[in-house]
Structures are given as C-alpha cells and as structure tokens.
Design a protein around this ligand. Structure first.
Ligand SMILES: [Zn+2]
Length: 201
C-alpha cells in the first residue's frame, strides 16, 4: 500500500495512502487532505472556536450581570431567615472557629472596630456616665488610686487631658493647636531640665 501515493489538496505534497484518513464519501475512499493537514486544520478550528466560546460567554455574563445580581439578591432575601438559622446553628457548633475568625477580623479591621466602639459609646453615653458615677461612689478608694495612677501617666506621657488641664489652669484657650504647642513646650522644658540636672551632678 505504501507504494501507492496521493497528492494532498491542501499542502500539495505527494504522500503514501497511509498518510490519508479513510473516507467513504470520497470517490477514492480516502480524504483529499493528508493527516497532517487535517491535524493542523483541527487545531486551528479548536483555537478559533475556543476564542469564540470565551467571547460568547463573556458577553452573556456582561448582559446578564444585572439579572444575576437581582436573582442572587432575591434568593438571599427569600432565604434570610433560613440562612440566619443555619448560621446560628453553625456558630453554636463551632465556637472555637468563630472566636478565631472574630479575633482575626478585629485585628484586620481596626478602623471599623474604632468606629463601632465610638458609635456604641455615643448610643449608650448616658448609661456609661451613670455606671461610672455609681462605680465612683461605690469604690472611693479604687477611684482615688486610679486617678493617681492616671495622673502620673498623663504627666509622663503628656496626654491631651493633662495638657488641657494645664491650659485651663493658666486661663489659655484650649484648641488642638494650643495643646500641641503646650506639648512641645513641656517636652523642651523637660529636656533642658534633664540636661541641667545632669550637668549639676
Ligand atoms: Zn497535506
């Protein structure tokens, strides 16, 4: 059979019959194009169609994005109670994992935590003030001790509270700028004092 040859209509090369696929629809019983040309054609067709398929898919997603979002939203709304129930159950069954997730979330979102705390405090300000007042009345000793410690720390760290108090005592205006100014002034003063103390000894 190898000595019978055939010319490929595509590449024009003369090749043995074994290089052509059998095809009963052709008069000769073999395809007009050689196996290699067939392979190349198939590869090209696949590549072109893959691109077309991708393009169609992309278009479909773009055209249906709104619809899909809407469907998702509806599903969530319809299953809200079910989801809440499922979540509750899951949380109850996985307390360790939940705590771990919460801990990670809190670390990853410090600004959200601050905002949440601030809002919570504002919403419950009266309750907090009242609770603090009661605590102070019930624990005069602890209160004094805490104030003393706080005072030492404020003085050492030059906190806003400490600086506001200083300004108030000197009848100076209390603004963010004057607070900053006072802080710089006190820092300088302390540095100089430290230096002179050192030189004296
Ligand atoms: Zn060929």
């Amino acid at each position: 059979m190898d000595n019978i040859t055939r010319i490929c209509r595509k590449c024009g090369q003369e090749k043995p019959l074994s290089e052509f696929v059998r095809d009963k629809t052709c008069a000769s019983g073999y395809r007009h194009t050689c196996k290699q040309c067939d392979r190349e054609w198939r590869r090209k067709w696949d590549a072109e169609n893959a691109e077309k398929r991708r393009e169609r898919k992309r278009k479909w997603y773009a055209e249906n994005a709104e619809k899909r979002r809407e469907r998702k939203r509806k599903w969530y709304a319809e299953n809200a109670e079910k989801r809440r129930e499922w979540n509750r159950k899951w949380y109850a069954e996985n307390p360790e994992k939940c705590r771990e997730w919460n801990r990670k979330w809190l670390i990853a979102h410090p600004e959200k935590v601050r905002e949440y705390k601030r809002k919570y405090y504002l919403a419950n300000a009266e309750k907090f003030t009242e609770r603090c007042r009661k605590w102070r009345i019930a624990n005069p000793e602890k209160c004094r001790e805490r104030n003393r410690k706080r005072g030492i720390n404020d003085c050492k760290s030059l906190t806003d509270r400490y600086l506001r108090d200083k300004l108030r005592r000197n009848n100076l205006p209390i603004t963010p700028e004057t607070i900053d100014y006072k802080r710089i002034q006190l820092k300088l003063y302390r540095e100089i004092k430290k230096q002179t103390d050192y030189e004296r000894n």
